[in-house]
Design a protein around this ligand. Structure first.
Ligand SMILES: NC(=O)c1ccc[n+]([C@@H]2O[C@H](COP(=O)([O-])OP(=O)(O)OC[C@H]3O[C@@H](n4cnc5c(N)ncnc54)[C@H](O)[C@@H]3O)[C@@H](O)[C@H]2O)c1
Length: 255
């Protein structure tokens, strides 16, 4: 993969898929700057400690990032066992804010990869709502929209992953045509990381049992990271506006 010389910002480098993505990108020759609220667990080329649920903290982090970047991998996320407000802020509003700001530092050949989830697959059922949220202008406006359109705790993780997929799909072509920057999602199925247990709690034993029979096993983080790296690399230069499942075939079993 052509990653040599690229400067890539990765969120969520403190654990799981984000740490593995950073390792994989660095192995390919990229310079990786991590952002996380937790200290890094692997070697990085730069690191900014920040809480990605707060607009002010994100803006402060952006000031510490290089003036020119080639790609952004938005991996940081919280499970649906976290409060709805945190899920909305980290998995959607903060990600969107960071991305829109960093797009200004990217040029032709740039790439954004957003880590969604297999649990975002039902976005077509709520397309109008997700489009309306996607059209809100900025972090505060997004928060205000969510306050008026309450999202239940039980389904908030799925809801904001769906919203992320719809936002990505509605923005991708505008960004590609305007700036030459591609934007895609990857949609992992279950992955062996510290939050896998939270997903089991969140979904309940019945759903977990149902899915267990449909798949070989949860993925390892190093089976997801190379796909994120590929979508950052020049080899994927004609892929934009895609939501790529990385789930060992699990999503296909719902047909
Ligand atoms: N593990 C799975 O089964 C699975 C499945 C599908 C999608 N995902 C998604 O993959 C992404 C990575 O998750 P993971 O499994 O590696 O989990 P993880 O808990 O191992 O890593 C998440 C990282 O995000 C960081 N983070 C969380 N909130 C933050 C905040 N407010 N500010 C800054 N950093 C913050 C954490 O500190 C952590 O380092 C998430 O977006 C998650 O929703 C995970």
């Amino acid at each position: 993969m052509k990653l040599q010389g690229k400067t890539i910002v990765v969120t969520g480098t403190g654990s799981g898929i984000g740490a593995e993505t950073a390792r994989c990108l660095r192995a390919g020759g990229a310079r990786v700057i991590g952002i996380d609220r937790q200290d890094p667990v692997i070697t990085l080329d730069g690191f900014v400690k920040a809480d990605l649920s707060e607009q002010v903290a994100i803006d402060a982090a952006i000031k510490q990032l290089p003036a020119r970047i080639d790609a952004l991998a938005n991996v940081a996320g919280v499970p649906g066992t976290a409060p709805v407000d945190a899920v909305a802020r980290v998995n959607y509003l903060g990600l969107r804010h960071l991305t829109l700001k960093l797009l200004e530092r990217m040029g032709e050949g740039g790439a954004v990869v957003n880590v969604a989830s297999i649990l975002g697959a039902e976005w077509p059922q709520r397309l109008a709502r997700h489009r309306a949220l996607a059209e809100t202008n900025g972090f505060e406006a997004g928060l205000a929209w969510i306050a008026k359109n309450a999202v239940p705790q039980e389904t908030c993780y799925q809801y904001f992953k769906e919203a992320l997929i719809v936002w990505t799909l509605t923005q991708a072509q505008k960004i590609f045509l305007g700036r030459g920057v591609r934007m895609n999602c990857v949609a992992p199925g279950p992955v062996f990381t510290p939050i896998l247990g939270d997903f089991v709690t969140m979904l309940g034993p019945e759903r977990v049992q149902k899915d267990a029979h449909r798949m070989k096993r949860p993925a390892l983080a190093d089976e997801v990271a190379p796909v994120i790296a590929f979508l950052c690399a020049d080899e994927s230069r004609w892929i934009s506006g895609a939501n790529l499942p990385v789930d060992g075939g699990l999503a296909s079993t719902y047909v």
